[in-house]
Design a protein around this ligand. Structure first.
Ligand code: ADP
Ligand code: MG
Length: 270
């Protein structure tokens, strides 16, 4: 009920009315003239807060470009991108995870996570408590003081995820973060990311070319056409997000059907 005394609610402040990511009629062209390559578009996409959106498509279809536009690393040549209602600013407002962990080799594991907190202005006392907690959240124990080269590739990627989650950014952007890992490590990280994401409710955009990974992780899957990437399929994934084990999830009757539908769309689009 609204009373005459109640302050007017600004459209941008009422939570649900602002999309976490709004992509409006976006096209992106690299280069000029005869060398111009249209990588993406036109694409329009609205991502509500809390969604785990997975972008799937063949190699070269423009997935990374779309993610870079959301991160603010590129400005679209056409259309607009908004993150939390604002033009995205690179290095602000989003945690990023890439295919390679990109850790600082001269720092310890804990030191890498600490740096992200320091960059965000978190005071030292708080950082000391939060670093081990963040590492534990991604399944890392007793490695805080190790050097980056003293842990495995899978553990390094866990550190990269912990670092991306360290700062309370509204957005988590992941570009094929598990593509370079062996199958078993990859499965374990998928499970942990699914659990962590259900617990934090952070809005995420995750890029992959794996159909199974998309169905397993996503609350929504968007399939892109081949270059220039446009939306071929936009599908909600109505599977439970929390309180379910990976095997149980994959055994659900809906799981195989979603996999088949998305796999078909990916093949048709490529
Ligand atoms: P994906 O991540 O789906 O593999 P990308 O977004 O990396 O696709 O690339 C889409 C297309 O844009 C590709 O044809 C790629 O060669 C081209 N491209 C990507 N980055 C650049 C760039 N910086 N300059 C020129 N072309 C680029
Ligand atoms: Mg890519």
């Amino acid at each position: 009920m609204s009373s005459p005394d109640a302050p007017p609610v600004a459209a941008g402040l009422s939570g649900t009315s602002v999309a976490a990511v709004e992509i409006d009629d976006v096209t992106h062209v690299y280069g000029h003239g005869a060398a111009a390559v249209t990588a993406v578009g036109p694409v329009s996409l609205s991502v509500p807060p809390g969604e785990f959106l997975v972008l799937v498509g063949a190699s070269g279809c423009g997935k990374s470009t779309l993610l870079r536009l959301i991160a603010g690393f590129e400005e679209p040549t056409g259309g607009t991108v908004r993150a939390g209602g604002e033009p995205p600013r690179p290095g602000r407002g989003a945690g990023l995870v890439f295919q390679q962990p990109r850790l600082f080799p001269w720092r310890t594991v804990g030191g890498n996570v600490d740096l992200a907190l320091r960059y965000a202005g978190v005071p030292k006392k708080e950082r000391v408590a939060r670093v081990p907690q963040l590492l534990a959240d991604v399944g890392l124990h007793d490695v805080e003081r190790r050097r980056v080269w003293q842990i495995s590739g899978g553990q390094q990627q866990r550190v990269a995820i912990a670092r991306a989650l360290a700062v309370d950014n509204p957005l988590l952007l992941l570009d094929e973060p598990f593509a370079a890992l062996d199958a078993l490590t990859r499965e374990r990280l998928q499970e942990d990311l699914r659990r962590v994401s259900a617990a934090t409710g952070r809005t995420s955009v995750f890029v992959t070319h794996s159909v199974d990974e998309a169905v397993f992780l996503g609350s929504r899957v968007v399939v892109l056409t081949r270059r220039p990437g446009r939306i071929a399929l936009d599908l909600p994934i109505p599977l439970p997000r929390g309180g379910i084990g990976p095997e149980e999830l994959r055994a659900l009757p809906g799981y195989a059907a979603l996999r088949a539908e998305i796999g078909h769309a990916v093949r048709a689009a490529a």
